[in-house]
Design a protein around this ligand. Structure first.
Ligand SMILES: C[S@@+](CC[C@H](N)C(=O)[O-])C[C@H]1O[C@@H](n2cnc3c(N)ncnc32)[C@H](O)[C@@H]1O
Length: 248
């Protein structure tokens, strides 16, 4: 009895991950070409400032894993600031990583590549336990179908004493800011996103994923459940984004 329930759960989990791999991968493949421009334009470059703040919160580390590396903006910032010697980035979107790889090559023409790009699911990473000195993730966690599985994997591959730094959207507390935020995210951003990226669903999905996600103390609880300690979080720009750090 136990065995069959275990198998069903395992099979369902596998099917869900496979489905997610295709769905998320192709969603970001479709918007990859316009992703950076839209990000910086729609946020009035505030997203760059958020990534800089996240990198400031990182302790320098030799081998860093950047989960959901996308077009590598966070990775480039940590290399530029000397916070990482080598970065391994994983993502489900080939196109996002192709653009990221081009950007890294342009800026870091070292004989040994400073960054390895790996096509893989953050919820089932192809790395040994305790492989990395630090783990980062910018705007990736809210896309996971199972946040706890993603955080559990980050914990597993991180070395003891290593730090995880996560940057993610959050929902502002202030009512007036919330009103402006809702207007922007449900009306203005999906409209501009649709026109520029020619994708009808992507920016509606992004908006829904932000609103249905957890933030602040609730997110910290997930970090603690995964096994992390010394948790800390700092809301940025009226709480539109939040930086989380924790230690294994
Ligand atoms: C909003 S982008 C963020 C990219 C980048 N970190 C940044 O700061 O711009 C989210 C990225 O997460 C990736 N992603 C979503 N779910 C994933 C998963 N389960 N495993 C690996 N990557 C995932 C997407 O393919 C996409 O490139």
């Amino acid at each position: 009895m136990c065995m069959s329930i275990f198998c069903c759960t395992f099979a369902a989990q596998n099917a869900r991950m496979e489905n997610e791999k295709q769905h998320i991968g192709s969603l970001f493949d479709r918007i990859a070409e316009t992703y950076d421009g839209l990000n910086h334009g729609l946020s009035l470059n505030i997203d760059r400032l958020w990534r800089r703040r996240a990198v400031t919160a990182m302790k320098p580390a030799k081998r860093v894993l950047d989960v959901a590396i996308g077009t590598a903006d966070l990775t480039i910032e940590m290399l530029r600031r000397g916070k990482a010697e080598h970065v391994t980035g994983i993502d489900l979107s080939k196109e996002m990583m192709r653009i990221g790889e081009e950007k890294v090559k342009k800026q870091y023409q070292t004989p040994q590549p400073a960054v390895d790009f790996v096509l893989a699911n953050a919820q089932a990473m192809p790395f040994e336990d305790n492989s990395f000195d630090a783990v980062t993730c910018a705007f990736g966690c809210r896309n996971f179908s199972d946040l706890d599985a993603g955080l559990g994997e980050m914990y597993r591959v991180l070395k003891d004493g290593g730090q995880v730094t996560i940057l993610e959207f959050s929902y502002p507390e202030n009512k007036i800011i919330r009103w402006a935020y809702d207007l922007y995210f449900t009306r203005i951003l999906p409209f501009i996103g649709r026109v520029v990226s020619h994708d009808k669903t992507a920016y509606t999905y992004l908006n829904r994923s932000v609103k249905s996600f957890c933030w602040g103390g609730m997110f910290v609880q997930h970090l603690l459940n995964a096994g992390f300690r010394s948790t800390f979080f700092k809301p940025l720009t009226f709480g539109i984004a939040t930086i989380y750090t924790a230690v294994k």
